[in-house]
Design a protein around this ligand. Structure first.
Ligand SMILES: Cc1ncc(CN)c(N)n1
Length: 246
C-alpha cells in the first residue's frame, strides 16, 4: 500500500521527533517556559494559516463528502485546538491572548509556504500527503507517551497528551488513519509522477514537523528580525524621525 511505504520512509524522522528534547520534555513534564511561549506563538499563526490552506483546498474538490472533511478540519482548529495551547500557556504562566501576534519564524514560514505550494501545484493526493504529518505525528507522539504512562497525574502536560491521544481510543478510526486510507484510494488511480510528488511533500512535511519542535525549543527566530520590521510600519516611523533630523 502507498501509505505503508510512506510510513516506512518517514520512520527515521518520526523516531527523531519522539526523541526531540521538546517532545521528551512533554513526557517528563519539563519544558522551559520560553520554549512553550515560542511554540504557542508560532503554532497559533501556523494553525491560522492552516485554516486558509484548508479553505483553498476545498476549491479543488467536487464531492461534498470530501469538502466536509476539510470543513471538519477547519472546525477542529477553530473550536478545539486552542485547548493544547491553553495547556502550554497555563504551564508557562502567560496570557494566551498576548501570544497571538507573532510573525512566523523561519521554519514556520517555510512550513506554511510548503503547504501553500502543495495546494497551488499538487493533486488532491499531494495536498493530503502534505497535510498528513500534522495529525499523524501528533497522534503517534501521544500514543507512544500514553503507552509509556507519561499521562500521569504528576505531569502538567497530561491534558495535552490526552488531547492528541484521544482520537485513537474513541472507537472511531483515528483521523490520521482515515487520511491514509483516503490517500491509498487516490494513489491506486494516480500516475507514478503524482505519487512521487505526494511522497516528496509528505516527507518534507514530516521533516518540517521536526523542525517546528526544534525552532521552538531553541527559539530560532530571524537573525535580522529588526531590519525586517523596518520594512513595514517601523520604517516609516524611523525614516520620518531621521528626515526631520536633516
Ligand atoms: C506544527 C504543528 N503540527 C501539528 C499540529 C497538530 N495539529 C500542530 N498543532 N502544530
Amino acid at each position: 500500500m502507498f501509505s505503508d511505504d510512506l510510513k516506512k520512509m518517514a520512520r527515521p524522522i518520526l523516531e527523531e521527533i519522539y526523541h526531540h528534547p521538546f517532545v521528551t520534555g512533554i513526557a517528563k513534564g519539563q519544558v522551559a517556559k520560553k520554549a512553550l511561549i515560542f511554540y504557542v506563538e508560532q503554532d497559533y499563526r501556523y494553525l491560522t494559516e492552516f485554516i486558509k490552506i484548508y479553505a483553498n483546498a476545498i476549491i479543488k474538490l467536487d464531492s461534498r463528502q470530501d469538502m466536509a472533511f476539510f470543513s471538519d478540519a477547519i472546525n477542529f482548529i477553530l473550536n478545539n485546538e486552542s485547548f493544547p495551547h491553553q495547556v502550554f500557556c497555563q504551564i508557562a504562566d502567560v496570557d494566551y491572548k498576548k501570544l497571538q501576534h507573532a510573525d512566523p519564524a523561519p521554519k514556520a514560514y517555510l512550513y506554511k509556504s510548503h503547504m501553500h505550494q502543495a495546494v497551488d501545484t499538487g493533486s488532491l493526493l499531494t495536498v493530503l500527503a502534505a497535510f498528513q504529518p500534522c495529525p499523524w505525528t501528533y497522534t503517534e507522539i501521544a500514543k507512544k507517551q500514553i503507552s509509556e504512562g507519561a499521562n500521569n497525574q504528576r505531569n502538567p502536560f497530561t491534558p495535552w497528551i490526552n488531547f492528541y491521544g484521544e482520537s485513537s481510543d474513541d472507537g472511531n478510526e483515528p483521523l490520521a488513519n482515515q487520511i491514509f486510507l483516503w490517500m491509498d484510494r487516490l494513489a491506486a488511480r494516480s500516475s507514478d509522477k503524482e505519487k512521487n510528488q505526494a511522497r516528496d511533500f509528505f516527507l518534507k512535511s514530516c521533516e518540517l514537523e521536526w523542525q517546528f519542535w526544534e525552532e521552538a525549543y531553541y527559539q530560532q527566530d530571524w537573525r535580522f528580525k529588526k531590519s525586517h520590521s523596518t520594512a513595514s510600519g517601523d520604517f516609516i516611523k524611523w525614516s520620518n524621525s531621521n528626515i526631520q533630523k536633516f
